[in-house]
Design a protein around this ligand. Structure first.
Ligand SMILES: [Zn+2]
Length: 334
């Protein structure tokens, strides 16, 4: 130790201590490495970002990151595009079409933060799978983690073994994350552990959306399956995230791509599918009531004091449709 406390060195962690992801022991600071005094594991700090991966348990290895804190360094889905010229222009257009927002409007992570702000003067927030998006404003206690380097990532961490003490946060956000983890139950257990009593969780997870990010796409959840994942929480609000229109756009793309595996056809099919994506997504506005055919679902809940919701109670909450409402969350009953 050089006398500098860990949170002081990692200013963006805003006082949240770092623990060993293997055994939850507070980490000690070395020159370029954080070290666990209990198990002896070392965790590199690259470009100021600690890599806090449980090397023996994660699908990611610490050596994956040693190329440095560049966005190309991580073997994951969000690498920078190194292509040039026409190909780059096409990929940028494709990305824009593919990212065309669903016309379903629903509360997002910012709405969840606004809700939690009404309960805490300075809520402590953990974002899992933040990518390059920062939640909140400067001065907020928002710790952003991902398994890949990105501009606003504060620490590299795997949701199966979160490197934070129990009860450290008032809100945990996981948008488009739980389909990408090998064991979602374990990740939700970790999210629950790091939440303070009555802490809140906000999650958006795909249901009928096809595979994306290749090998790093493990699971889908029906709306009731998604609710079950969060059975240690009381529901504050929940709904569908993408409607049947988005699903049709993805299915058409899959249909075109199924015709031939020839490379040129895959490019044409992908382009055709992408061109059809925005108009079908527009349809979501009217089609979204069919929760059973939605592209995904969102859940906002409060950590329960007692036992988890039983499966019998759970099936009684089944809804064929979700009300499509405002993008704000209902104010808490204090
Ligand atoms: Zn350890």
């Amino acid at each position: 130790m050089d006398g500098t406390s860990l949170p002081a060195r990692f200013a963006r962690l805003r006082g949240i201590p770092l623990h060993c992801p293997r055994d939850q022991t507070p980490l000690l600071e070395g020159d370029e490495t954080l070290r666990c005094p209990r198990c002896g594991a070392g965790f590199p700090v690259l470009g100021g970002i600690p890599v806090l991966i449980h090397d023996g348990a994660s699908v990611f290895a610490i050596s994956d990151y040693l190329g440095g804190a560049s966005y190309e360094g991580a073997a994951y889905g969000r690498q920078a595009d190194r292509a040039g010229g026409l190909r780059r222009a096409y990929r940028q257009l494709a990305r824009r079409l593919g990212d065309a927002p669903s016309s379903i409007r629903h509360p997002d992570a910012t709405a969840a933060l606004a809700y939690v702000r009404t309960l805490h003067a300075a809520p402590r927030v953990l974002v899992i799978g933040s990518g390059g998006l920062r939640l909140g404003e400067a001065g907020d206690i928002v710790v952003q983690t991902d398994v890949a380097f990105a501009p606003d990532v504060d620490a590299i961490a795997d949701a199966h073994d979160l490197p934070f003490p129990s009860g450290s946060f008032d809100l945990v956000v996981a948008v488009a994350v739980l389909e990408h983890v090998a064991d979602p139950q374990r990740c939700v257990a970790e999210m629950t552990r790091v939440l303070a009593p009555k802490g809140h969780v906000f999650a958006v997870t795909p249901f009928l959306q096809p595979v994306h990010m290749g090998a790093y796409d493990f699971t889908r959840f029906t709306p009731i399956g998604h609710r079950r994942l969060f059975r240690g929480f009381d529901e504050v609000a929940a709904g569908v995230a993408m409607g049947a229109g988005s699903m049709v756009a993805w299915s058409l793309r899959g249909l075109f791509q199924s015709v031939s595996s020839a490379r040129w056809w895959q490019v044409v099919a992908s382009g055709l599918g992408l061109l059809l994506t925005p108009p079908f997504r527009m349809l979501d506005r009217w089609l979204a009531h069919a929760a059973d055919a939605s592209g995904g679902c969102w859940f906002f809940g409060r950590k329960r004091d007692g036992d988890p919701v039983t499966d019998r109670e759970l099936v009684a909450t089944y809804r064929h449709t979700f009300r499509l409402g405002p993008t704000a969350l209902p104010p808490p009953e204090i």
